[in-house]
Design a protein around this ligand. Structure first.
Ligand SMILES: [Zn+2]
Length: 376
């Protein structure tokens, strides 16, 4: 029987009267208990939302309404008469559509931010004029001045190393090599832009021979030639702009871009992928120059040993029993702005930030890669 029971209110009298709603083949009628029959145009029928457990109110224009608790009956009537589900359920449908569309938008944005932006930045980095890289190198050297005071190596030693590097380097435009003293970042080398790399005196001192320094130079040259710093800066800028567009606060972006907000990304560590690229580049160049990549392994081992020492001095690394030995070692240098920083730094913010987000491949992994290349 296509019928539901409920109460009928005719608007004139607030008294509830028993009635049935009957439907069939596109027709709908109200049958009051007291007798009679009122035809209803199904097209005019309006329903309050059929929320579970709540009565459903049906009206059809005018003052009349019919209230029922028969959810299953209402559902059957809607199905038979092909009726919509009332304003709330229409809204629910619309809302789930909007929600779905919103989620899709967010997913696309996230995917674009994580894959699209870096991919575009990787290409765009090569379109930047060389002057931009020169300026970037100058800017970063200026910002790092307090961390990287002038080198104490003799002019002759510095010039000799640069001559040696460039003599083994087949590229036309070798980057400028800066030497700097540094108590803060210890033995390290940094790529500051496609045209600027820096070595610390400690690194020069740590190396057993110049071949080891050449290996480091080629690694940095990899970062430089592949425009890794420019990629990081472009990616960070694009993220900043995206963030501003999403939050609507575009003014902040201008301030940040003109300020030193991009310093962090520029000096921050390279991703593992970029580190591997630079390692692969270095091995190629060493082989092309007739040098053994063994030099790269030996300097990596020295840096690793040194960073372990520094970290334990700081009391943040493994205990004496070596129970933390399985943890990835703190990045040995040749990892840019590598952070085995002692406590005496007040400029700790950036360094700590870099430490947190450091993601270089562990030295062990890098050595394994180089060994595999030697074996080839
Ligand atoms: Zn590196």
């Amino acid at each position: 029987m296509n019928e539901i029971e409920g109460s009928w209110f005719d608007g004139d009298r607030s008294r509830r009267r028993g009635a049935r709603l009957r439907w069939g083949s596109g027709a709908l009628a109200l049958l009051p208990e007291e007798g009679g029959r009122i035809s209803i145009d199904p097209q005019r029928l309006q329903m309050s939302s059929p929320l579970p457990g709540a009565p459903t109110r049906l009206s059809w224009g005018g003052e009349d309404s019919f209230v029922t608790m028969d959810e299953a009956g209402v559902a059957a009537m809607r199905r038979d008469l092909a009726l919509g589900g009332g304003w709330l359920s229409r809204l629910e449908n619309r809302m789930s559509f909007a929600l779905g569309a919103g989620m899709l938008c967010v997913s696309l944005l996230v995917a674009f931010a994580f894959w699209g932006v870096p991919a575009i930045a990787a290409r765009a980095a090569f379109l930047l004029p060389v002057e931009v890289s020169d300026d970037l190198g100058d800017l970063l050297l200026g910002e790092l001045e307090s961390w990287l005071p002038p080198s104490e190596l003799t002019e002759a030693r510095q010039a000799g190393l640069v001559r040696y590097f460039t003599s083994r380097d087949e590229t036309d435009a070798s980057p400028r090599v800066e030497f700097r003293a540094s108590e803060i970042i210890g033995a390290n080398a940094l790529t500051l832009s496609a045209t600027t790399v820096a070595f610390t005196d400690d690194l020069v001192m740590l190396a057993e021979n110049d071949q080891e320094l050449l290996a480091v130079y080629f690694h940095e040259l990899g970062h430089a030639e592949l425009r890794h710093v420019e990629q990081k800066v472009l990616t960070a800028s694009a993220w900043l702009v995206m963030f501003a567009l999403l939050t609507g606060d575009i003014g902040v972006v201008g301030d940040l871009l003109l300020g030193s907000a991009l310093l962090g990304p520029a000096l921050g560590p390279f991703s593992r992928a970029l580190e591997r690229e630079a390692d692969a580049f270095a091995v190629e160049r060493l082989l092309a120059a007739g040098e053994s990549p063994e030099a790269m392994i030996s300097i990596l081992e020295k840096l690793e040993a040194q960073s372990g020492l520094m970290v334990s001095v700081n009391g943040t690394a493994s205990d004496e029993n070596g129970s933390n030995r399985d943890e990835p070692a703190p990045d040995a240098a040749i990892s840019e702005a590598e952070i085995t920083v002692s406590e005496n730094t007040d400029e700790g913010f950036l360094l700590r930030l870099l430490d947190i987000i450091a993601s270089h491949p562990p030295t062990e992994e890098r050595i394994e890669y180089i060994e595999s290349r030697i074996a080839d």
